[in-house]
Design a protein around this ligand. Structure first.
Ligand code: GLU
Length: 342
């Protein structure tokens, strides 16, 4: 940080998608990766804590094996990730070396965050790395993640990580400058949306089912991620990974990209974990109970429950749904229950 710079240090989770790392080609682009690494290195040197969540393992594996055709086979994709992940890290390691920065590979699955002991462990490891000025580079553990324990895409994984370590900001770098009022590739009148105070139905409609290039995510997973991070108290910015100074500009406070405001600016640790845990059971509540939960977060009493949608055990996280079936909260039940409808 320069002596004139009085901005407080920030903890920033930066998610880099495959489309950014490949520049839209089938191969990892060292040039693009260097742009990302150089930005991260500048912010690191300025005293900010940077955590990268990087895709690209499957693309790197595919490139190494000369673009085999495996169709949609899951083990084949896991094999590609196993081949590619080490190559991806090798490139990152070499590029960060230029700036004298040490990196660490952290591979996670949803299971690592569902269990409270593992949650605390993952958190401690990441915070210890940051304390030692090491940049963690996180990816999903694709080789062991089965359908049940997968997060599935790195947009959502980065939101889980940002919530886990109480980041100040989540940046989703992608091949678009942000979220638009229409698909900018098809509609020349499409306008960039600079700020989203609340994610509502119109947001989901705007995201459509866009999917970018080789990666898993599109705008839908980015909005899911922004919504999750927002609930966890972390603002999210979707911005262009094509420019070499996006991160510098965001940290400087330039209003680029699309910014999603956090819904809960402060959330205690236990509640963050509750948010991260994948709920098993589910209850539907009446309008009064829904209002009460959304306004202040008091405890839910059995009288407010209209239906037990999925049974649950005492102490295992549940999903609380409003009368339309939309999830409005997570909770830890004080009792065990079997399906019931009032
Ligand atoms: N974990 C996958 C990879 O490294 C990417 C998942 C995603 O694109 O969101 O290739």
């Amino acid at each position: 940080m320069t002596s004139l710079d009085t901005r407080p240090a920030q903890r920033i989770v930066v998610k880099v998608g495959t489309s950014v790392l490949t520049g839209g080609t089938p191969r990892l682009s060292r040039q693009r990766m260097l742009d990302v690494v150089a930005q991260a290195a500048r912010q690191h040197a300025a005293g900010h804590e940077i955590i990268l969540v990087s895709s690209g393992a499957v693309a790197a594996g595919r490139e190494r094996l000369n673009f085999p055709h495996f169709g949609r086979s899951v083990p084949a994709k896991q094999m590609l990730a196993a081949v590619g992940q080490s190559r991806l890290m090798q490139v990152y390691g070499d590029l960060f070396d230029i700036f004298g920065i040490t990196v660490a590979q952290v591979l996670l699955t949803r299971d690592d965050l569902n269990n409270r002991t593992r949650f605390l462990n993952a958190r401690d490891t990441l915070l210890t790395l940051l304390d030692h000025h090491i940049i963690p580079i996180i990816n999903e553990n694709d080789t062991t993640a089965t359908h049940e324990i997968r997060v599935g895409d790195n947009d959502n994984l980065s939101a889980l990580v940002a919530t886990l370590i109480e980041a100040d900001l989540l940046v989703l770098l992608t091949d678009q400058p942000g979220l638009f009022t229409a698909d900018p590739r098809q509609d020349k009148d499409a306008q960039l949306i600079p700020r989203v105070a609340r994610i509502d139905e119109t947001m989901w409609a705007l995201a459509g089912d866009s999917v970018s290039g080789l990666g898993t995510g599109g705008m839908v997973t980015k909005i899911q991620a922004a919504q999750f991070a927002s609930r966890g108290g972390v603002p999210t910015i979707i911005a262009s990974g094509k420019e070499p100074d996006t991160l510098d500009r965001l940290v400087r406070g330039d209003g680029i990209g699309t910014r999603f405001d956090p819904a809960n600016p402060t959330l205690e640790n236990k509640k963050r974990w509750l948010l991260l845990e994948k709920p098993h059971g589910a209850v539907k509540v009446d309008a009064g109970a829904a209002r009460m939960l959304l306004s202040g977060g008091a405890s839910l009493l059995p009288v407010g429950i209209t239906t037990i949608e999925r049974e649950f055990e005492r102490g295992a996280a549940i999903s609380v749904l409003n009368s339309d079936g939309k999830e409005i909260a997570h909770g830890l039940p004080a009792m065990t229950a079997t399906p019931y409808s009032s």
